[in-house]
Design a protein around this ligand. Sequence first.
Ligand SMILES: C[S@@+](CC[C@H](N)C(=O)[O-])C[C@H]1O[C@@H](n2cnc3c(N)ncnc32)[C@H](O)[C@@H]1O
Length: 317
Amino acid sequence: MWHRQRQFRRPSLKSPGKALLATDALRYGRPVSSRLAEARLLTEALRERATRAERPRTPEPMVMDDEVSVAAFHVAHPIYQLPAYRLNAEAMSRLLPEEGVVLDLGSGSAQLLAHLARARPDIRAIGTDLAESMLETGRGLLRDSGLVDRVELRSADMTELPPDLPDRVDLVSTSWALHHLPTREHLARCLDQIARVRELTGCAVWIFDFARLRRDATMRAVIDLAKDPPQRLREDGLASLRAAWSESEIREAMAQAGLTDLRGGRERIIGFLQAYHAPARQGRPSGHTAHWAPSPLPRESKQMLRGIRVGLPNLPV
Ligand SMILES: C[S@@+](CC[C@H](N)C(=O)[O-])C[C@H]1O[C@@H](n2cnc3c(N)ncnc32)[C@H](O)[C@@H]1O
């Protein structure tokens, strides 16, 4: 089962509230019960598979500096973000040697880096973003979490990193940020930067993002998996899905940047995510087994995580 947030029972006449919920669930675009949401998503996913024509991309603003959007995104929603943070953090942990250093591009409010740093107490991270409000929110989170000594946020453009890179980088990563880049040229420049960091340091690579679906109905069905999400998070989530690069666009851009040996691909059940990775060249042993100590996830996040893990091919092991 992809995700089950709460058991959905057939409404009885003795329960007008549930009957109302069931009626509400049939109205398109409203929050629906999780079973109905799952069923609808799987139906839309089947229709998605039968659809051949690519949906044109609708770019969204590159820098995510709107305060309401930043606040909505920073919540780390148990359905939308937490499962992906855990998946990303675990994959990155497997690619990181003991006491390794991550350079993360488009790190937003540092929720992912904080999640990773808490679960891997031996590593350090440098996150980069261009949005001042994201950087400020992230610095607050790191202060409150006691992580300022190990995670640092810098203002930098992921399509044009400063010439002086950190002395040591064991993993260059980007998560949920490529879809913010306005044009294919920006995407190409960002992947060139990732290739440059890899070339100079021999580091591992982790790339994670949405993948563009072909139908708006499938995108809405993905967003409707969460019951009653904050309105802005819902709107921004849909905008991000519409701005996502297709698998072929990402693969073409990776190939042009010389990133030809990355493993991974598109999530195979719904098709709304994609992830690619390569190990470090020097092959220092991963510190994952010795140091990975994640905190427990809420039940609904675990279920969602299982679905994503099953769908994404060739994750780092
Ligand atoms: C949706 S957020 C993802 C944040 C984080 N990686 C996560 O997974 O929680 C995408 C971030 O990429 C940032 N971004 C977009 N274009 C950028 C650029 N050219 N350079 C640096 N950051 C950029 C945005 O400002 C935003 O904070």
